[in-house]
Design a protein around this ligand. Structure first.
Ligand SMILES: *Cc1c(COP(=O)(O)O)cnc(C)c1O
Length: 487
């Protein structure tokens, strides 16, 4: 291996042998990592120590790759493995990962069509496939963002544009200062990313109306009707497909009906946005589509591809029914951005960024490798595994499953023998599981009570992974003082 400090070599145009070595080495390291990920301890690991001395002299590409991989290893989390149940993460499908490598090698800028007709074409097709999979209106326009947070932000920017235009205010032209007051209705279990998006958009917390939720975290219809009755100006309702705790979805049809009633009353159509970071994927499964019934009646939707579709980080997707509002909210009319025919899709028209990674490429590859049936199978399989996990845990004394396990999320609570402090016991079990390393999961607070949160979002999670993980969790629970069944 050449440890070269010769800058003319590093930057040389004809440095192909060195490029070849580095890429092959990276591929070998990646393949080794993935081949071994199942055997890794699943946990947070140690933060690696990297020298913070800026080197004066460079190194060969291959040496950099080898050195980097060795240096960070202790801090790599096996989240791209089958027993990582933390947050809602997902892994990487082989086709998506491989295509992502190509996207990096091609280094296409997905900003404008002229910069990469290839990226534009792939995004166009991937966008259509997603619209079809989710059963959204055919006219829906689509943008590929960094994640659901920016997808929420983009959709809510379009919402802000449209509902203010409805009262004669062009926010793109005039800004928010002096604009008619907006009302934003959210469920009490709204995801923090929606609040962050609203904050970025200049819609402060004073504009929020929080709606009470039911036991599964779904907006309650009566409370929503009340909130809508109390607003008569421009309004946006933010609903949710897939509560991060329970996996439950808001009653979209009832929400759309309530908004229609409000529209008939005061002539304000309003805007219904759905944060469906992972829950929208239920729409792609014929057996779970009913969980998000009526979702197609919304005006905009946000989802992630890096969660349940299992593409590498990062990729979210925003969908807006009113393509004109979407473009109006996102378009930058700079003089050097050539005006192009409507036939040519400029990715930048649908997202906040200009220069951008061609995120449509791994999405296309994931969808191409799974097919319609494969996407449904991925959703169904993870959901069935979540149900299995719940069943195995529930069978033990002192374990309560707090949610109706309808999707890929499970909430668990542990009560110690003799009925002690269940909050402390639950947190203790979570800590023990995190130390144990068989699987990894986190904690949350569910209706005021401490809970363990399990998310089954990885394509490779097997029945055996669930059995092993449930056994590890119960072992930790017993160590934390949980009663044994029958004792
Ligand atoms: C994960 C998640 C988000 C945020 O998505 P990012 O991709 O992390 O930006 C928003 N809403 C819900 C319901 C989520 O699960």
């Amino acid at each position: 291996m050449v440890l070269s400090g010769d800058i003319s070599e590093v930057l040389s145009q004809d440095n192909l042998p060195s490029l070849d070595l580095a890429l092959r080495r990276a591929a070998a390291l990646a393949i080794d990592f993935l081949a071994g990920v199942d055997g890794r301890r699943v946990g947070a690991g140690r933060e690696p120590h990297l020298s913070d001395v800026l080197p004066d002299v460079g190194a060969s590409p291959e040496a950099v790759v080898v050195e980097l991989a060795a240096a960070v290893d202790s801090g790599l989390v096996a989240s791209n493995g089958p027993r990582y149940f933390g947050f809602v993460n997902g892994g990487t499908l082989p086709a998506a990962l491989a295509a992502d490598w190509l996207a990096s090698a091609w280094d296409q800028n997905a900003c404008l069509h002229v910069m990469s007709p290839a990226a534009a074409a792939v995004e166009r097709v991937a966008a259509r496939w997603l619209v079809e999979l989710f059963g959204l209106p055919a006219e829906t326009s689509v943008g590929f963002t960094t994640g659901a947070t920016m997808a929420n932000c983009t959709a809510l920017a379009a919402a802000r544009q449209a509902v203010l235009a409805d009262v004669g205010w062009d926010v793109a032209e005039r800004g928010l200062a002096g604009a008619p007051a907006l009302t934003v209705v959210v469920g009490d279990h709204v995801h923090a990313s929606v609040l962050a998006a609203l904050q970025l958009l200049g819609i402060g917390r004073a504009s929020l109306r929080r709606v009470a939720v039911d036991g599964e975290g779904r907006m309650r219809g009566d409370a929503l009707a009340e909130a809508l009755a109390a607003s008569d100006g421009p309004r946006i309702v933010c609903a949710q497909a897939g509560n991060v705790g329970s996996g439950a979805s808001d009653p979209f049809a009832a929400i759309a009906d309530a908004m229609a009633v409000a529209y008939a009353r005061d002539g304000r159509r309003g805007w219904l946005h759905v944060d469906g970071a992972f829950g929208l994927w239920a729409a792609a499964s014929p057996t779970r589509r009913a969980l998000v019934a009526g979702v197609e009646r919304a005006d905009s939707w946000a989802t992630d591809a890096h969660k349940w579709l299992n593409v590498p980080y990062d990729c979210g997707v925003v969908f807006v029914r009113d393509a004109a509002a979407h473009r109006a909210a996102m378009t930058v009319a700079a003089s050097y951005l050539a005006a192009v025919g409507a036939a040519e899709r400029d990715g930048a028209d649908f997202v906040p960024e200009l220069s951008r990674r061609a995120r449509g490429i791994p999405v296309y590859a994931a969808l191409r490798s799974l097919g319609r049936h494969g996407v449904a199978a991925l959703v169904d399989r993870c959901s069935e595994r979540a149900r299995r996990m719940a069943a195995l845990l529930r069978a033990a004394e002192g374990v309560t499953i707090l949610n109706d396990v309808v999707l890929n999320q499970v909430l668990v609570r542990f009560t110690p023998a003799g009925g002690g402090d269940a909050d402390a016991c639950t947190r203790d079990v979570i800590r023990r599981v995190q130390d144990d390393g068989t699987c990894w999961l986190g904690g949350t607070t569910w209706h005021g009570a401490a809970a363990m949160r399990i998310s089954v979002s990885h394509w490779a999670t097997s029945e055996d992974d669930i059995t092993r993980s449930a056994a590890a969790i119960l072992r930790c629970a017993r160590a934390a003082g949980l009663e044994r069944k029958g004792t």
